[in-house]
Design a binder for this molecule. Structure first.
Ligand code: ADP
Length: 303
């Protein structure tokens, strides 16, 4: 795949001063939305996102050190490891959510189809449209089911032929349409926790992302709602690259093709620094990992 269309879409060209920042920004986002025409690679093994020498600091605290990792096209990758080893920190780097944390700083590079998403003039809104996120606790907006889904396409200025069809498509993709089609105007809070989480997945899908990040998406759900989300992930993998943080090793084994195991090691200053120990096919990680630390973790000897 040619890199140029992705680069053109993500990187804003500085414009001469006319009409104010907000208008220029809105125009840039609109033109980028137009430039997006399903330009994803045809080769299944191609890396969609790559981390190179990634380190993340919170102020002076080094939370994650020197991570090299790539995420394959339409593959589900699970990030596992004990609490505090930096899984969520790494996940948030993939769509620049760490930008919202005061003092958070990233070194190294994070590329999306070869474009450094921390590069100068990269449009963060466009990055987050292409790399959507679903959080631990369902967080629908206090709006109707319909408006929750329509929100992303509206604010990013996406050109859609029919908003009603966009909403229906996203809800069908998230396996929620049949349950909500007769109550689209009802408040999203009227849904169950599991339905709210599928609504949040539909909301992420509505902006036509390429990658979906999921940060422990089932941790607040019961086993039945969890099973529905796991089934949904399998069908979403036909269309999206998915990266999931999970504390649940059975879940990682059930849903992912690749698993990255992180741990936190003591540093010279008495702190603990997160590192990637190994990444491999999920069945290899769970049956014959290369590193002893991984084996100790998956066999329950630590963490
Ligand atoms: P995990 O997802 O593996 O549980 P995190 O990425 O949440 O790990 O945290 C990694 C390290 O970074 C931990 O030591 C945690 O305390 C620290 N950390 C996470 N978020 C912040 C933050 N907003 N400010 C300061 N330190 C943070």
């Amino acid at each position: 795949m040619s890199r140029a269309p992705v680069e053109r879409a993500l990187v804003t060209t500085p414009q001469p001063e006319q009409g104010g920042r907000r208008r220029r920004h809105a125009a840039a986002v609109r033109s980028m939305a137009g430039a997006w025409s399903g330009a994803v690679p045809a080769i299944a093994s191609e890396s969609v996102m790559t981390l190179h020498d990634l380190s993340v600091y919170y102020g002076d605290f080094l939370a994650v050190h020197d991570v090299d990792l790539h995420f394959g096209y339409r593959e589900i990758t699970a990030l596992i490891g004990p609490s505090g080893c930096g899984k969520s920190t790494v996940l948030r780097c993939l769509n620049r959510m760490n930008d919202l944390i005061i003092g958070a700083r990233v070194e190294g590079s994070v590329t999306y189809h070869g474009v450094d998403i921390y590069g100068p003039d990269v449009d963060v809104i466009e990055v987050r449209r292409r790399v959507g996120m679903v959080f631990q606790k369902p967080n629908p907006f206090p709006k109707s089911i319909y408006d929750n889904i329509a929100y992303g396409p509206r604010v990013t200025g996406m050109k859609v032929a029919s908003m009603a069809e966009t909403v229906e498509h996203a809800l069908r993709s998230a396996a929620l349409w049949d349950e909500v089609k007769d109550k689209l105007k009802e408040n999203a809070y009227s849904l169950s926790g599991g339905q709210q989480q599928r609504l949040c997945i539909a909301r992420a899908i509505a902006t036509q992302p390429d990658v979906i990040l999921m940060d422990e998406p089932c941790s607040s759900l019961d086993p039945i709602a969890t099973a529905k989300i796991e089934d949904l992930m399998h069908s979403l993998a036909d269309e999206f690259t998915i990266i999931i943080v999970t504390h649940n090793m059975q879940q990682a084994a059930r849903v992912s093709q690749r698993t990255a195991f992180f741990t936190a090691e003591a540093d010279d200053q008495g702190g603990r620094v997160g590192r990637l120990v190994e990444v491999d096919e999920t069945r290899k990680i769970f049956s014959n990992p290369a590193k002893k630390a991984t084996e100790d973790y998956i066999s329950g000897r630590f963490g």
